[in-house]
Design a protein. Sequence first.
Lengths: 244, 304
Amino acid sequence: MSNTNSKSTKASDFNRRKFLATSAKAGCVMGLVGLGLTATATQSSQRDPFAIRPPGALDEEDFLSSCVRCGLCVEACPYDTLKLARWFEGAATGTPFFTAREIPCEMCDDIPCVKVCPSGALDHSLEDIDDSKMGIAVLIDEKNCLNFKGLRCDVCYRVCPLIDNAITLERQRNHKSGHHAMFLPTVNSDTCTGCGKCERACVTEEAVIKVLPAKVALGRSAAHDTYENTEKTTLEMLNKGLSI
Amino acid sequence: MSKNIANSQTKSDKFAQAAVDELGWWGAHKFLILRRLSQLLVLALFAIGPWFGLWFFKGNLSSSELLGVIPLTDPLVTMQVLLTGHWPEVTLLIGAAIIIAFYAVVGGRTFCSWVCPVNIITDCASWIRRKLKLPRTSEMPRNLRYYLLALVLILPILTGFTVWEWANPVPIVYRAILFSAGSGLWILAAIFLLDLLVVERAWCSHLCPTGAMFSLIGKTSPIKVSAVNAEACDNCMDCFTVCPERQVLKPVLKKGSTQPMIMDSDCTLCGRCIDVCAPRVFQYKNRFQQRDLNRIALKAENNQ
């Protein structure tokens, strides 16, 4: 009886040791695999910060934590605007994005891509497509812009779905000729949705106006620059360095 | 006598020849063909949408909509999303619940053998291995997949990203075919070579965290493969050769076994053991059928 008892203890001892050894090994391997995966994932999320996401997309970080990469938005898009990213293509593998220069967003009133998103990576609280922020158009190369050369191209302004609101033509004296005007396309970053129609339509060989993710396109004022003296935000608070 | 030996040698040389002789070609490949058809049918039902505008399934295996109404979601990706701290739309959770319920009934790993496209590739690697008689040179523990599953679920907590979805090979085939995003196929090529040259059935039976999750989901499933005719087994080992999870066969074929059902949820219910067995040892069975027949077996099952 005692014999069998000690035998079983030995066996279980051996099993425990084996179990611990296997667990330790597997733990190490998984640690390495995890590091590798995380490195690839973070790197490829930073490699191309210029991916333009569908309307209603959360901030890039939240987007990457919530998007399940199912492609329902891609299939819902009636204009074949959206694509799922491939490996090495920039945006995180399998996540939806679009290239404005190829097919811009047509800004459907019923926003089918957002409605169909099961994960909430595209925010369902977006009801008016005009409120979407896929990116911000930036007139990035004034030197090659025809309007900056004093011509009346105006194409980006004409195709803008929010004409005279998201893009305006600002009149300025043309110092080159001395007696002409220049009409400078000017993007209002508050209202631009980033649909990309201006980038698509730009007549130059490489677009001089490009849609960039808001994170890249926008600066941010320091808190004290936009400070307003109210009861809630007193000057003392500000001096103590409390954020508003 | 010598003729007998020669006979038995030719018999063991040619894999599953006895089954083909006994059951006919169709009988010895029935579930293999049905499984391939099922895998391709599911893929086709997804593909006719983007190809021909006939929408049966929208989306892919990560998340989809059946006939535009019923949401279906991979529970693994849902768990990852939840662990990043993001609260998804309810449809995602309902979809995951439907999938969990479905596979809890039909058997968790039926996903692996009847739906998953990676299975076609790894089965192919294993078939080539058998044809070329490649030796089994290296082994790795089969529970690695549970460690990988744990890793896949821990990484979102640590990083806030659904990290695994960068590399997850299961949706890659679908993305390649439905969304012409084929550049991830190198991962599948890597898996094919790993299975072919390094460890037999390395991916599906040792590593895949999706399989590990479905194995856990299938623990309670009533549908099992049962060695109903175990006493007829002639130890030809064909089932062991073809089984992707051969460890599940041992307990039921062991001499004096009281439990004919393969209770191990690692069994993919692929039915290849049923196919290749000339003496018809195996059958699909409902585990509640045996309750009245064999109370001892039930006791054994509860002890597991």
